[in-house]
Design a protein around this ligand. Structure first.
Ligand code: GRF
Length: 221
């Protein structure tokens, strides 16, 4: 097997998607290894998860820097030192400048808990419930400067059920996220999927289309 791609993960909190990536990367044929986890928030659960997996961690607290650009210089410095090739946002709650985004263009992934381009931004599940939508889901996409914007790598659809609370819907979508993110990173790290302008190229077409991912959710509803 060719060398695994070196992946850095940016987090701000719980890190359950990070855990899904850590678990996937422990599979022998997985095409990526996580070589660095950076949190902009100190003492978060995601850092503990990385430490328990033996992955180097850094806390780079944005509050310690005079500007967003200075914070990003520190991020880039740490990523370069660890020779990171692909970057994954996993519950990373800071917007990044166009300069940083262009530096990592087409090598930088994000997960968002909706079927983009619908419901960008925060409070996603509350807005989905208020909209009356019957289907929601999650998306992994390449990062662009605008929030939750960029070429879509893979999506999973999740039903909205009658009587759902925000917490119940969030939990159902999160379970799908944990399947989707390792799947999407595999597509990118293996070279099967790559950004091509506003779209993603290289995905096989037709039955078994890997970008339309149906996670095994039956037990959850
Ligand atoms: C996930 O729902 C992710 O889609 C969103 O923030 C949440 C992070 O959860 N961007 P976790 O930290 O991965 O548990």
């Amino acid at each position: 097997m060719s060398a695994r791609r070196r992946v850095g993960v940016l987090i701000s909190g719980r890190g359950s998607n990070l855990q899904a990536l850590i678990d996937a990367a422990q599979t022998p044929d997985y095409p990526a290894e996580i070589v660095l986890v950076i949190s902009n928030e100190p003492h978060v659960q995601g850092l503990v998860r990385a430490e328990e997996a033996g992955i180097p961690t850094r806390t780079i607290n944005h509050r310690d820097y005079p500007s967003l650009e200075a914070f990003e210089v520190a991020l880039n410095d740490a990523l370069e030192r660890s020779r990171v090739e692909l970057l994954c946002n996993a519950g990373f709650m800071r917007l990044l400048t166009e300069g940083f985004v262009s530096c990592w263009l087409d090598r930088h992934l994000n997960i968002h808990p909706s079927l983009l381009p619908a419901f960008k931004g925060l409070d996603t599940h509350a807005r989905v419930l208020a909209s009356g939508a019957r289907i929601t889901g999650c998306t992994v996409h390449f990062v662009r400067a605008a929030m939750d914007d960029g070429p879509i790598i893979a999506q999973a659809a999740v039903p909205v059920l009658t009587g759902d609370t925000e917490a119940a819907l969030a939990a159902r979508v999160l379970a799908a996220e944990h399947h989707l993110y390792p799947h999407a990173l595999r597509l990118v790290a293996s070279g099967q999927a790559q950004a091509c302008g506003d779209l993603v190229d290289g995905l096989p077409k037709g039955p078994g289309e890997p970008a339309l991912f149906s996670p095994p959710l039956r037990g959850n509803f």
